[in-house]
Write a protein that binds this ligand. Structure first.
Ligand code: ADP
Length: 483
């Protein structure tokens, strides 16, 4: 697959920054040019207005006819060097026309050329209005003011006063060039500066990435990305990456331990079965008793494997988000049922229910029964003959309380906090002999939590243990959650 290589974040940041800066400069340049242009034109318009007024005043003062005034050598004299009082502009073009639009006179500065006088301008002037317009004199652009000339309030002719726009255009051109040059330099500087800033800003991100890559390559999840001081985005990124590594490490270790534990649990029965098979191969033909013993032992191991497999399957399902049923479960009936089921396995231990009232919870009956069975079977298993195991059901505020109490060996204080962990066995040899893999209480804990309840254990060595499962009553809201 030929994927187009995207430019680095650094380049993209620098380019984006420069582009933004470029747009700002362009808008600024256009704004400045338009403002200066409008200021220069206003100034020129003011000058043309003033010139027109001065000529009108001069005309009034002479008190002669239009043709006479403009054709008099005095006017031509005055306009040649353009020294009508107050007319200082060296490039002022003046042109006068009579009412018919025929040019009567042109100022010397026009050098024989004529200012264009179109019909609209003429009509406007004759209507007594003043008009400003852009026009061309030969090749040069000019701004022309067309106004009526009055003699005693009577319009007697049309006056055109004009100035070349060359100066303004040149100024604007120069301004645009300067702005463009300055902008170009500024943009280059912005590109360079942007690249530098982006590089500086992204340097630590690159470091985080390369350290993380190293960690991944070395498969050493115990390593951490060096933290940076402060609480900026970078510190947050580092903290998040480290948090993630920590979680990954925990999960990874748990996974490793789990696989090791499972293999260990599998190996023991399999080894035992291999031993028995060996015995069978050697002795079965001659010794039917040995055959029976070996088969019984193998059956035991197979049962243990089946139990292990189903426990593991359940735990795997809990991790995959197993859906629990949510139905009313009568706990009093459940206790009696468990006592009945376990009755054949008591081996000299008294197993008694202690149920005084009917209590209902919402949940998964099979899972709840399995939990109770696990706790009660443990109690029986750890209680010597002559002892007593009681399964008590009581109401406690908003919860139902299921208690399995025994008068057995108890659990050492240092082991007590771990009894709900997977594959934990306080007394390895005895528990394994009884077929346990240390998963029973882990399942109880998961079932309790999935029902929004909890399980706890108290124990005194030599006196006995009590396991308590608390579940929200059916009437309580949120009586079942899925962890
Ligand atoms: P197992 O399948 O080995 O019984 P569990 O998870 O049910 O595993 O129990 C974990 C460990 O807790 C057991 O191996 C045992 O040592 C201890 N334990 C559980 N219940 C009792 C009890 N009632 N009395 C004494 N020890 C117990």
């Amino acid at each position: 697959m030929n994927r187009r290589k995207t430019p680095s974040l650094r380049t993209r940041l620098a380019l984006g920054y420069t582009a933004f800066f470029g747009v700002v400069l362009l808008l600024l340049g256009i704004g400045v040019t338009l403002t200066v242009r409008s200021a220069l034109r206003s100034e020129m318009e003011r000058e043309l207005d003033a010139s027109g007024e001065l000529i009108q005043e001069d005309f009034d003062a002479t008190d002669t006819g239009l043709g006479d005034y403009f054709n008099s050598p005095a006017f031509l004299q005055r306009t040649r060097p353009l020294n009508v009082e107050g007319l200082e502009s060296p490039s002022l073009y003046v042109q006068a026309a009579n009412l018919a639009g025929e040019v009567v006179v042109t100022s010397a500065s026009l050098q024989g050329q004529r200012l264009p006088l179109d019909a609209t301008a003429r009509t406007t002037a004759l209507a007594g209005h003043t008009q400003l317009s852009d026009a061309r004199l030969g090749d040069a652009p000019v701004l022309i003011l067309v106004q009526p000339i009055r003699n005693n309030q009577q319009i007697v002719g049309i006056l055109q006063v004009a100035q070349p726009l060359r100066e303004i255009n040149r100024t604007l051109q120069l301004l645009s060039f300067s702005l463009a040059a300055i902008s170009l330099i500024a943009l280059l500087a912005a590109l360079r500066g942007g690249a530098w800033l982006a590089e500086r800003a992204l340097l630590p991100v690159g470091q985080v990435a390369s350290t993380t890559r190293q960690i991944v390559r070395a498969e050493d999840l115990a390593q951490r990305v060096p933290t940076t001081p402060g609480s900026d985005e970078l510190a947050q990124l580092t903290a998040t990456v480290n948090e993630m590594l920590e979680r990954l490490e925990l999960l990874f270790n748990a996974q490793r331990r789990f696989v090791a534990d499972v293999s260990h649990e599998l190996r023991t029965p399999l080894t035992a079965m291999r031993g028995n098979l060996e015995i069978l191969r050697r002795n079965s033909a001659r010794d039917p008793q040995a055959l029976d013993l070996a088969l019984a032992a193998m059956e035991r191991e197979i049962n243990r494997l089946v139990r292990l497999a189903s426990d593991l399957l359940l735990l795997a399902q809990t991790e995959a988000g197993l859906q629990l049923r949510r139905e009313p479960v009568a706990l009093d009936e459940l206790v009696l049922e468990v006592v009945r089921d376990l009755a054949p396995l008591t081996q000299g231990v008294t197993l008694l229910p202690d149920v005084t009232e009917q209590i209902e919870v919402l949940g998964d009956r099979d899972r709840l029964k399995q939990s109770l069975l696990n706790m009660a079977a443990n109690a029986l298993q750890h209680t010597p003959p002559g002892g007593r195991v009681t399964i008590r059901l009581a109401r406690e505020h908003t919860h139902a309380m299921l208690q399995v109490c025994d008068t057995g060996d108890g659990i050492a204080d240092e082991a007590l906090p771990y009894v709900f962990e997977r594959f934990f066995r306080a007394d390895k040899s005895r528990s394994r002999a009884a077929g346990g893999a240390g998963l029973g209480l882990a399942i109880v804990k998961w079932v309790a939590e999935a029902h929004a309840g909890e399980v706890s254990a108290q124990s005194t060595v030599g006196q006995g243990s009590t396991f308590t499962l608390r579940l929200p009553l059916a009437s309580e809201p949120g009586a079942l959650v899925h962890p």
